[in-house]
Design a protein around this ligand. Sequence first.
Ligand SMILES: Nc1nc2c(ncn2[C@@H]2O[C@H](COP(=O)(O)OP(=O)(O)OP(=O)(O)O)[C@@H](O)[C@H]2O)c(=O)[nH]1
Ligand SMILES: [Mg+2]
Ligand SMILES: [Zn+2]
Length: 296
Amino acid sequence: MFTQGIITKGIGGFYYVKTEDGTTYETRACGRFRKEKIIPRVGDRVELSPEMDAVVEILPRKSELVRPPVANVDQIVVVASLTSPAVDMYMIDAFLLSAASAGIDALLCINKSDLCTGEACEAFCEVYKKAGYETVITSAAEVEGIESLRPYLKDKVTAFAGNSGVGKSSLLNRIAGLCLETGVVSEKLARGKHTTRHVELFPLSGGGFILDTPGFSRVELPGITADALSGLYREFAAIDKECKFTGCMHLAEPGCAIKAAVADGRIHEKRYESYQYFYGKLKENKFWKVGKEETT
Ligand SMILES: Nc1nc2c(ncn2[C@@H]2O[C@H](COP(=O)(O)OP(=O)(O)OP(=O)(O)O)[C@@H](O)[C@H]2O)c(=O)[nH]1
Ligand SMILES: [Mg+2]
Ligand SMILES: [Zn+2]
């Protein structure tokens, strides 16, 4: 019988595994994983070698995400700020689509509410409420809205995701009393400087786990095809059955129920625009850059 544990952190080829008695072991992945191209992820439940220095088995995953690289999470909180850094809807949608593709639930958190008006935050949230997402407005700086986030986290494994500088680590510090390093938002680049460099999992005192993840500056949709895209937009789900043609891509086809729903306001035009954008990029089979630099 091998000792089991959960990977809480992975840095430079080392995996930190916490066992049931609360001890954390620094381990390596056994060579078999490299050969089989299996990468252990934070959140993985694993078995350790008798010497407690190697991961010898990864237990079947309940869920898996590539961006951010996490295993066994129940949901992601997509964190965004309206200013500093400026909001990037494609980034938000990329996380929501990736989660949907992986069968993981998602909600939206608009942080840095102290930097804009309540009306602006509410108006932005409306786009996503209409799409069927729960939304929460917070200010990690002024400790606002943290309590409204907490019920969503109880007894769940939740990864915080979002572009660099939106305040993921700051939120985790407020939620769980942590001391994670937080960064500054570069005025020149108008985004964060990638302060968090690795994924890390923390227990919540009331039950559950939260994961801090590094921010990205590039929008990507790994593993998603153009044909599968429309199925990942929550609000398209009930309506696309009414399209005249089966397999309608909701672009130039006549009798498209999705376009009709955009026209009468049942689907937000910004989300439809996002769909068109991602569809075009996926068809071209291109990854694309939003920021000028790419570090993560
Ligand atoms: N005004 C304001 N500033 C905030 C808030 N939350 C975080 N910040 C600041 O924003 C900067 C970035 O915060 P982080 O928590 O490091 O952001 P992050 O999302 O973890 O960034 P990465 O680790 O790079 O992905 C820091 O200077 C924080 O103090 C907030 O609610 N309001
Ligand atoms: Mg961070
Ligand atoms: Zn259609």
